[in-house]
Design a protein around this ligand. Structure first.
Ligand SMILES: Nc1ncnc2c1ncn2[C@@H]1O[C@H](COP(=O)(O)OP(=O)(O)OP(=O)(O)O)[C@@H](O)[C@H]1O
Length: 322
């Protein structure tokens, strides 16, 4: 196991008034349990605002959780860490962001971008060795070594994402959090980046937390899947099993809304998603999906279902069982 989350919550304060007093909370994550093992990809799907990015940032320790435990190699990293452990964590967990246009500093050359983490962790004592290693990294992600002295604006979106990937793998991390890594790219480039990530995962024996709203891409990439709704995991399990036998009405509706994934002859259900999810400032009392669920019963509005099932498949729903 690389990392495990137990009952992790992330609430953002809402401040108002002259003194910016806290007047409420955005409940972005509610008691999330998650485990990521060696050399596995865990996909995260759900509508916009369900907490996918917040989850990725909490796992990457960019955000501090409000409550819960995050265990990394036997250490609870949700607390302040001794310097050496913090350094090991930073080396082992990297993140690739959605927008390659904003995630690279426009004033840094490609060599500077990739060498930054190497220098921060004193990986090389010789400049020559470091440069050779950076050239090797660029070639692994499909870029020429002569690009080293160029600036990010000289590259296309796909090439910039390759540069961001080279930087992310530079320290041979155990886990990369990929937050919508292809959604800002042209369709033609998306599959190249997906294939590159797959190939690097095999070569480096890494794990991915792969966040996307594109079900096709997540199906292609993931060993396991979690489906999020309003800060909660409503269904999870082996990716193939959850994709092929979805139980939660929300998962079914999500798949129903992706024609390429769920062609006419395979229609799983007639559950359609309509309207918007409720505000995470004021979530429903019972099941988070109860305000939009076409098959809800009285209990769903009063009581919150917990995830039940087995290692292969779990669902939090009073209607459907695994
Ligand atoms: N820094 C913040 N302060 C206040 N609220 C925030 C902050 N960051 C995120 N949120 C809120 O937390 C909720 C979850 O946001 P998050 O970005 O994690 O969702 P998401 O599923 O990644 O959405 P998207 O697919 O649009 O990126 C949203 O309601 C969002 O408005």
């Amino acid at each position: 196991m690389i990392i495990s989350l137990k009952k992790v919550k992330k609430y953002f304060p809402i401040r108002s008034g002259v003194f910016l007093q806290i007047s409420g909370w955005v409940r972005a994550l509610e008691e999330i349990d998650l485990e990521i093992c060696e050399n596995e990809t865990v996909g995260v799907v759900g509508e916009s605002g369900c907490g996918k990015t917040t989850l990725g940032r909490v796992v990457a320790k960019i955000l501090q959780p409000t409550a819960g435990e995050i265990n990394f190699s036997g250490v609870d990293i949700s607390k302040k860490l001794p310097r050496q452990i913090e350094k090991t964590f930073r080396r082992s967990v990297q993140m690739i962001f959605q927008d390659p246009f904003n995630s690279l500093d426009p004033r840094m050359t490609i060599a500077d971008v990739v060498k930054e983490p190497l220098e921060a962790h004193n990986v090389f004592s010789s400049k020559k060795e470091q440069e050779e290693y950076i050239r090797e990294l660029l070639s692994k992600v499909g870029l020429h070594g002569e690009y080293l002295s160029r600036y990010p604006h000289e590259f296309s979106g796909g090439q910039r994402q390759r540069i961001a990937i080279a930087r992310a793998i530079a320290l041979k991390p155990k886990l990369i959090i990929c937050d919508e890594p292809t959604s800002a790219l042209d369709i033609s480039v998306q599959s190249q980046i997906i294939n590159l990530l797959q190939q690097l995962r095999e070569e480096y024996k890494m794990s991915y937390l792969f966040i996307s709203h594109n079900l096709d891409v997540v199906y292609h990439m993931s060993d396991r899947l979690i489906v999020m709704y309003l800060g909660n995991v409503v269904e999870c399990g082996e990716a193939r099993e959850v994709f092929e036998n979805p139980v939660h009405p929300y998962t079914k509706a999500l798949m129903e809304s992706t024609p390429s994934w769920n062609p006419e002859e395979k229609r799983l259900s007639r559950i359609k998603l309509s309207g918007e999810p409720p505000s995470p400032v004021n979530p429903p009392e019972g099941c988070p999906f109860s305000t939009r669920c076409p098959v809800k019963i009285e209990r769903c509005e009063k009581e919150k279902p917990v995830l039940l099932g087995n290692n292969q498949h779990k669902v939090a729903c009073f209607i459907g069982e695994v």
